[in-house]
Design a protein around this ligand. Structure first.
Ligand SMILES: Cc1ncc(COP(=O)(O)O)c(C=O)c1O
Length: 399
């Protein structure tokens, strides 16, 4: 049996829309992108959303918005030490300084009790990550942010479908940044999207994704219809707003072909989500029998985990290594991925931050002993049972 890590559902509707875009020669960001934004915002329950070209760009642009709201280059952003490296890269790419905080080994997420002591006069925002779709402790994080007047940007790259105390991921802070990369629950192949309840943030995001232009429209008539843009040459004689650059921008637009794939995904979102959730919750229940050797995350009664993947962490005292477990799973046809790294101490590019091994013991432990495997919509009970049997076989051998 083969259990690939991820999959992407390309629907007939997506094929139709892709062809339509190709046939009409309307390929740059246009009506499909706008439709995707509207429907994604509706799905999450956010007022507005802005589509970009990757989840990393979603993180970067959400952070860069803060320059319009009092932040200065070099200011500090608090992030968990354990995440996909994109979280740390994004802070630097946006021109800020990442301040890493260790995670809680049980939740994989930023340890809220360690945040206060990481705050300085230069802190501008907290960027929690809902790792593996498990919501971060947002009540505590928002309380700390409120007390210190900080913004909260959710890195919701892996958190499609995650719910915390009745509210969807992406609506729990000032902005939520999602990845729409292939293996994610809703995908545009490559892509990302930022959700927000604040129209002023959305306006700045639309400018940022298009080089920092003075344009603020949700949909550009030049792109969608080649029509005359009445706003372009304003009455104040200041010239063509397409060539007025109000802020340092990026080139991060989503294109129509990507949005076409995403729109098809949105049509079957509920099916995808419920299949993945069924798989994840089934595996989480079954995997308990492997404690204390292998543990995963636990679902709290006040949350739904966004079913991104199944994390597993080998515990101290086990008679096997991650390398051995991975070799067994891969030989048995089950794709594995490491459960990321402690960004400041296990990613070479971050050596300049001056942290040393041991500074983030929980993140480092998971970085050395964690893996994750797929729970996607092409898998069912038979595949889940195969995963459990394969683990059982391995553990019996290494008991
Ligand atoms: C937590 C986290 N943040 C950011 C990203 C970046 O997303 P992308 O690969 O779409 O750039 C990812 C990627 O999956 C991620 O897992």
């Amino acid at each position: 049996m083969r259990i690939p890590f991820g999959t992407i559902s390309v629907t007939d509707k997506s094929r139709e829309l892709v062809l339509d875009a190709l046939n009409t020669n309307r390929l740059s960001s246009g009506k499909y992108v706008r439709e995707f934004e509207k429907r994604f915002a509706e799905l999450v329950g956010a007022k507005e959303s802005v589509a970009v070209s990757s989840g990393t760009d979603a993180d970067i642009l959400a952070l860069a918005v803060l320059y319009d709201f009092g932040a200065e280059r070099g200011d500090e952003i608090i992030v968990p030490a354990l995440s996909f490296v994109a979280t740390g890269n994004a802070v630097l790419a946006a021109g800020f300084t990442p301040v890493f905080v260790d995670v809680d080994r049980k939740t994989l997420n930023i340890d809220p009790l360690r945040i206060d002591s990481a705050i300085t006069k230069k802190t501008r925002a907290i960027m929690p990550v809902h790792l593996m779709g498990k919501p971060a402790e947002m009540d505590i994080i928002n309380e700390i942010a409120g007390r210190h007047k900080l913004y909260v940007i959710e890195d919701a790259a892996e958190a499609h479908g995650a719910v915390y105390k009745g509210k969807n991921a992406g609506t729990l802070g000032d902005m939520g940044a999602f990845s729409l990369y292939v293996a994610h629950i809703i995908s545009t192949v490559e892509g990302g999207i930022i959700t927000t309840g604040n129209e002023a943030f959305a306006e700045v995001l639309r400018s940022l994704r298009s080089h920092g232009r003075a344009c603020k429209c949700k949909s550009c008539v030049l792109n969608t219809a080649s029509a005359y843009c009445e706003k372009r040459f304003g009455s104040n004689g200041s010239g063509d707003i397409r060539f007025i650059f109000e802020r340092i921008g990026f080139s991060s637009k989503m294109n129509e072909l990507e949005a076409a794939v995403g729109l098809g995904n949105l049509d079957i979102y509920n099916e995808i989500l419920s299949k993945r959730r069924e798989n994840l919750y089934y595996l989480l229940e079954k995997i308990r029998q492997f404690s204390p050797h292998i543990v995963s995350i636990e679902k709290e009664p006040y949350e739904e985990i966004g079913p991104h993947a199944l994390p597993m962490i080998i515990q101290e005292g086990s008679r096997f290594t991650r390398k051995q477990l991975v070799a067994h799973l891969e030989k048995s046809g089950i794709d594995t991925r490491d459960l990321f790294t402690s960004i400041p101490t296990q990613c070479r590019g971050f050596a300049f931050t001056g942290h040393k091994k041991g500074d983030f013991p929980n993140a480092e432990y998971i970085g050395e002993n964690g893996i994750h495997i797929g729970v996607h919509q092409d898998l069912g009970e038979e595949e889940c049972d195969y995963i459990i049997n394969t683990l059982e076989e391995f553990l019996t051998r290494h008991a």
